[in-house]
Design a protein around this ligand. Structure first.
Ligand SMILES: Cc1cc2nc3c(=O)[nH]c(=O)nc-3n(C[C@H](O)[C@H](O)[C@H](O)COP(=O)(O)OP(=O)(O)OC[C@H]3O[C@@H](n4cnc5c(N)ncnc54)[C@H](O)[C@@H]3O)c2cc1C
Length: 467
C-alpha cells in the first residue's frame, strides 16, 4: 500500500554512496519511513566507485580518534556481512615495505601504534622474510611489517548490496535529485532539489561525501570545508596477478597512506593512489604527472609490473577537510545528522558509521524501534570475485556477452532490472564487470547496449550516450 505523498518521511538520507547506502540499510531494519536520495542516477557513483578497495584493519589510524574506532568496528561488521550477501572478499593480508633504514626504524613504532588501535597481529620482519614472501619486489628492501588481516573487497558490490537490502525493506529510492535547499517548516524539513521537486522529512542524514559541507551549509551550519584530495590509480592486466600474494603498502606519512600495489578481487593489480590537494570537486580525470609519478614508484616497488599491460586508469577524490578526523555530528533542534569528511577509510567504516548515524537519529528525538528479526528481508548481489564461482561457470545464465570479463546475457538483464537498476553503462559495469576488461567495451558494448535497451524498455540512444 503506497504511503500518501504528503506524509513526511521519518528520515531522508542525502547521498547514496557507500556511507548513505549503509545508513539506509540499517534504518530499514527499524520501524521508520525512509528515503535514500542522490543527485546521480545510480547508487555508489561518487567517490565510492573509485577507491583502492582495501578492507582496512585500522592499524595505522590515529589511536583514540573516531576514525580508529569506526574503522575497526566497520572492519568486523563488513567482514561478517560481505560473505552472506555475495560481496567478494579475498583474505590476502598486506606487507608494509620499508625501503631504507629510516623507514625500517619506524616499523616498531607502527606495530606499537597498531596495538594502540587494538590490532595486535602486526609483526616486524627482516628483508629476507619479505623477499621470501614477495620475491618480485624490487631491490633495496630494508625490512617489513606483516599485517595479515588487511584484505581486499569488492568496492562496487558493497554499496549496491546495502542499497538492495534497504529497498527490499521499504526504503524509497529517489535518484536524480540534486539537493539545493533545506527549509525548516514546523517540525519537518522540506528538501528541495534542482528540478524543483520537494520531499518532507522529520530528520535529515547528510551523507553527501565531497559535498557534505555544502549540504551542512544549507542548514546555516559551518565547522568544516571539504578540500578534495585526488588519488590517481593504474589498473594492470590480470596477467600481472601472480606477481604478488598480498597488498604491498608503503610506510605511511602524516599526509597519506602512500602509493601501494594491491591485487583486486576482480583479478587485476592496482598501483596507486597519488594524493594531491585540489580545488575542483569534479576533477576525477587522470593526469600525465600523476601517471608518471605512479609508474616511477611502481618501477621501484615491483619492477616486473611496469612491463605488464595497463587495462585502465582512474582517479577518485577523498573528502578531506581541515580536520584529521571524520566530522560526524548531530543537531537536535534541526533533527539533523552530519556524516561529513569521511575521507580515505569510508568503505571499511561504512557499517559502523551507519550504527553511529542510527544512534544520532535517536538522539535527534526520533523513536527508533527495531523490526522483528524474522521480518527483515535479506538480498544478494552477484559475487564478482575472480576467486569465486561466476555465473558463466554454473552454465545457467545465457551466452557470454563480455568475453574479457566473462559476463553473461542474464547478468546484464539482471543489472538493468533488479532494484536499484543500472541506468548507465557505468552502472552495468559495476554490477557485472562487463566493459571493465582488457578491451574496455570495444568488442561488447553494442551487444550490452542492445540487451540493456531491451530489458529496461529504454531506447538504445539512452544507453549509447551514457558513460
Ligand atoms: C583514491 C581513494 C582510495 C581509497 N581507498 C580506500 C580503501 O582502500 N578503503 C576504504 O575503506 N576507503 C577508501 N577510500 C575512501 C572511500 O572510498 C570513501 O571514504 C567513501 O567512498 C566515501 O563514501 P561516501 O558515501 O561518504 O561518499 P560518496 O561515495 O562520494 O557518496 C556521496 C554521494 O552524495 C551525493 N551528493 C552529493 N551532493 C549531493 C546533493 N547536493 N544532493 C544529492 N546528492 C548529493 C553524490 O552524488 C554521491 O553519490 C578511498 C578513497 C579514494 C578517493
Amino acid at each position: 500500500m503506497p504511503e500518501p505523498d504528503d506524509l513526511p518521511y521519518d528520515v531522508v538520507v542525502i547521498g547514496a554512496g557507500v556511507v548513505g547506502c549503509a545508513v539506509a540499510r540499517l534504518l530499514s531494519h527499524q520501524h521508520l519511513r525512509v528515503a535514500l536520495l542522490d543527485a546521480a542516477p545510480d547508487v555508489g557513483s561518487g567517490t565510492s566507485k573509485a577507491n583502492t578497495a582495501i578492507l582496512h584493519t585500522g592499524f595505522d589510524a590515529t589511536p583514540g580518534s573516531l576514525e580508529s574506532r569506526l574503522v575497526s568496528r566497520g572492519y568486523e561488521l563488513l567482514s561478517d556481512y560481505a560473505p552472506t550477501v555475495g560481496i567478494a572478499i579475498e583474505r590476502t593480508g598486506a606487507a608494509l615495505v620499508a625501503w631504507d633504514d629510516e623507514q625500517a626504524a619506524a616499523l616498531p613504532g607502527l606495530a606499537a601504534k597498531a596495538g594502540a588501535n587494538g590490532y595486535h597481529a602486526a609483526s616486524v620482519v627482516d628483508a629476507a622474510t619479505v623477499y621470501e614472501l614477495e620475491p618480485h619486489l624490487g631491490t633495496g628492501v630494508a625490512a617489513g611489517m606483516l599485517v595479515p588481516d588487511e584484505h581486499i573487497i569488492d568496492p562496487w558490490g558493497t554499496p549496491l548490496a546495502f542499497a538492495r537490502e534497504a529497498l527490499a525493506n521499504g526504503v524509497s529510492w529517489l535518484p536524480n535529485r540534486h539537493v539545493t535547499k533545506l527549509e525548516r517548516q514546523f517540525d519537518t524539513t522540506v528538501i528541495e532539489s534542482s528540478d524543483g521537486a520537494t520531499v518532507r522529512t522529520r530528520c535529515v542524514v547528510n551523507a553527501a561525501g565531497l559535498h557534505s559541507d555544502e549540504v551542512h551549509a544549507l542548514f546555516g551550519l559551518a565547522g568544516f570545508t571539504i578540500r578534495p584530495r585526488r588519488g590517481e590509480l593504474i589498473v594492470f592486466d590480470k596477467l600481472a596477478r601472480p606477481l604478488l600474494q598480498r597488498t604491498l603498502l608503503p610506510v605511511p606519512t602524516g599526509h597519506t597512506k602512500g602509493v601501494l600495489v594491491a591485487p583486486t578481487v576482480f583479478g587485476n593489480v592496482m598501483l596507486g593512489p597519488t594524493a594531491d590537494d585540489i580545488d575542483d570537486r569534479t576533477a576525477t580525470g587522470s593526469t600525465r604527472a600523476g601517471i608518471d609519478a605512479l609508474l616511477a614508484k611502481g618501477r621501484r616497488i615491483l619492477p616486473a609490473l611496469i612491463r605488464e599491460e595497463v587495462t585502465a586508469v582512474y582517479a577518485g577524490l577523498r573528502a578531506a577537510t581541515e580536520h584529521s578526523d571524520y566530522q560526524i555530528t548531530h543537531d537536535r533542534e534541526f533533527r539533523y545528522v552530519c556524516l561529513g569528511g569521511i575521507r580515505s577509510t569510508g568503505l571499511t567504516a561504512s557499517m559502523a558509521i551507519a550504527e553511529e548515524a542510527l544512534a544520532l537519529v535517536a538522539a535527534c528525538g526520533l523513536e527508533v524501534i527495531p523490526k522483528a528479526a524474522g521480518s527483515i528481508r535479506s538480498t544478494q548481489v552477484t559475487n564478482l570475485g575472480e576467486a569465486f564461482e561466476r555465473p558463466y561457470q554454473v552454465g545457467a545464465s545465457g551466452d557470454i556477452v563480455c568475453h574479457c570479463e566473462r559476463v553473461t546475457h542474464d547478468e546484464i538483464v539482471a543489472a538493468c532490472t533488479e532494484q536499484p537498476p543500472a541506468t548507465t553503462f557505468d552502472g552495468i559495469r559495476r554490477r557485472t564487470r562487463a566493459l571493465a576488461g582488457r578491451c574496455q567495451g570495444f568488442y561488447c558494448s553494442a551487444a550490452v547496449c542492445s540487451i540493456a535497451a531491451e530489458s529496461s524498455g529504454r531506447p538504445m540512444s539512452d544507453w549509447m550516450g551514457a558513460p
